[in-house]
Design a protein around this ligand. Sequence first.
Ligand SMILES: *Cc1c(COP(=O)(O)O)cnc(C)c1O
Length: 288
Amino acid sequence: MHGVLIRLLDTGHMNRLRMMDSIAENLMVIQQRVKGLAKNSKEPLLVAVSKTKPVEAILEAYQAGQRHFGENYAKEIASKAKDPRILSSCPDIRWHFIGHLQRKAVNKVVGVQNLFVIETVDSPKIAEALNEGWKKKKTAEKLKVMLELNTSGEDSKHGFKADEVVEAAKFLKENCDQLRLTGLMTIGSATNSLQNVKPNPDFLTLIDCRKRVSEALGFNPDELELSMGMSHDYEHAVEMGSTEVRVGTAVFGNRPYPPNSDVGDSEVNQRDSPGSSGEETAKRFAHH
Ligand SMILES: *Cc1c(COP(=O)(O)O)cnc(C)c1O
């Protein structure tokens, strides 16, 4: 073992060694950057996005001290959460569901042990379904949820439009007694992120949404999380006041398939929510 390592160092393969950074090292570097850039006294939460990654990778991150993990697919989060290795080695794991959720998958997700929050409530319909699903569990605690905002206005993205956010928050308050709104979440446009547009307009939109929801519903803005920032833009997101970054690739390495592909889960690309006219919006919020 040592002989091999010394030979690599001797022959100047430092770059190769660097490419083999471990999950633990990646987490440490990201955590330090987040800490260094954080504006608030409260350090932003780092959620390690483990979608498509094996249980072994989650165990390694957990052993390095990581507790919050994000998953996108109902089947995958359900099977990982009940994996015997996770159950025995990760008693304090906290699962964040961050994918598009369909009604038929609600029970699977609310049944996840150590479910921490659903970040992707993107329609009144799914809020009601979660409310019903959680009610059946007869838990004293409410289910924590965030509203997902489609801040970039792209058709390919899910989420409420910025001008629907107050109505969506009111809908939760009035119709979903099992849910507790803990924040707002967005992905934002990949172009803004990759081209390093600063300040990122999608993040500005999310910040503005939080302000409006706080005013309309009487929250202190600090009570609402801002879940924004991924591998390519988490540093900028933290500079802008993000309180939660969701980082996958920079922790675990590249994924076998891109986030928006529907390989492995047919739920990903089916849209069922848009509605651009005011009338359609009103219909969406009508409570049955
Ligand atoms: C996949 C995913 C992430 C992580 O993306 P990376 O670019 O790999 O960091 C974060 N948030 C959501 C909603 C995702 O689907």
